[in-house]
Design a protein around this ligand. Structure first.
Ligand SMILES: [Fe+2]
Length: 303
């Protein structure tokens, strides 16, 4: 797909208030630049929406765009025995966290089965997408290029800034892309590599991404620089020729979402135990840790 501007929106997690903010930014860009950004939802757009009306609204507002499967949608549309949430957590994740994620998935699957929810719109969705913006080629995945639930593009898997790794080189070459955009790990970062390549992981488009900061983060790819965008901030950006790739943080209606979340996931439920603290306070992650751009001299201008 050829585009002037694309938003890569991984991990919306059913957050309709975050989606309001993303749509408002897209509306502003459509009015300003006379062309509407393409919205690519690279997986896990469902998760907290374990209530039929809420789930239905996510379906109605996401599916007309460019959705890709995340492990959540994959396990809803095609449950695999023993897969649980399909997150394929690394062994470092506490087993209580894994159990709670499995419980959230069971509740979603139960709702779908007993409320007659039609999942036809999820079946057949692609696992990956490919975009071209200017001369920049972007591969979009949920986990990593080998698996929807892969952890190969988590921050901890990256080589030191300025270095590359054989597996990354192979992924860029096999896909014939300059940028790989992912999500899944819930921890945002961007890092560039020799040869004008970069990985952008947007963390979560439906939850706070930094300690003490409620903003959601999406990856924006555009021939239009990210300044100024209303109610948002380009946290870190990189220019590749005439195309800028940015991690854009957006303000959203946090208190309205928290009210919605608490109604469906009250104290003591799996999602409340696993996520409410992050939603209220943000995760133990900093902008300094996320910003790993600028170490390769052949990359062009840094904002
Ligand atoms: Fe995921």
């Amino acid at each position: 797909m050829l585009t002037e501007t694309a938003y890569l929106i991984g991990g919306l997690y059913g957050n309709l208030e975050a989606l309001d903010a993303i749509e408002a930014l897209a509306d502003w860009e459509a009015a300003r630049f006379k062309i509407r950004p393409v919205l690519v939802f690279n997986g896990d757009f469902h998760w907290f929406d374990a209530e039929p009306t809420w789930f239905g609204e996510v379906q109605r507002r996401v599916l007309p765009h460019q959705p890709c499967l995340g492990n959540v949608e994959l396990e809803l549309a095609d449950p695999q025995p023993g897969a649980g949430c399909g997150c394929a957590y690394p062994s470092s994740v506490p087993k209580e966290t894994v159990s709670r994620s499995d419980a959230i998935m069971e509740r979603l699957q139960h709702m779908v089965a007993h409320q007659g929810i039609d999942l036809a719109g999820l079946r057949g969705l692609p696992k990956q997408a490919r975009l071209q913006c200017g001369n920049l080629r972007i591969g979009v995945v949920h986990g990593d290029p080998t698996s929807v639930s892969g952890w190969g593009l988590e921050l901890a898997a990256m080589p030191p800034p300025g270095k590359s790794a054989e597996v990354l080189r192979a992924w860029f070459e096999d896909a014939n892309v300059d940028i790989i955009a992912s999500s899944h790990t819930c921890r945002c970062f961007a890092q560039d590599f020799p040869g004008g390549r970069a990985v952008f992981n947007n963390g979560a488009a439906g939850m706070p991404n930094f300690l003490g900061d409620h903003r959601i983060v999406i990856t924006r790819v555009s021939v239009h620089p990210p300044h100024p965008l209303p109610e948002s901030e380009a946290l870190y950006s990189r220019r590749f020729g005439n195309v800028t790739v940015s991690a854009v943080a957006l303000h959203w209606d946090h208190s309205a979402f928290l009210t919605r979340f608490d109604r469906v996931w009250p104290h003591g439920t799996a999602a409340a135990d696993s996520y409410r603290s992050r939603i209220v306070r943000g995760p133990p992650h900093t902008l300094n840790e996320a910003h790993r751009l600028g170490s390769n001299p052949e990359s062009t201008q840094r904002y």
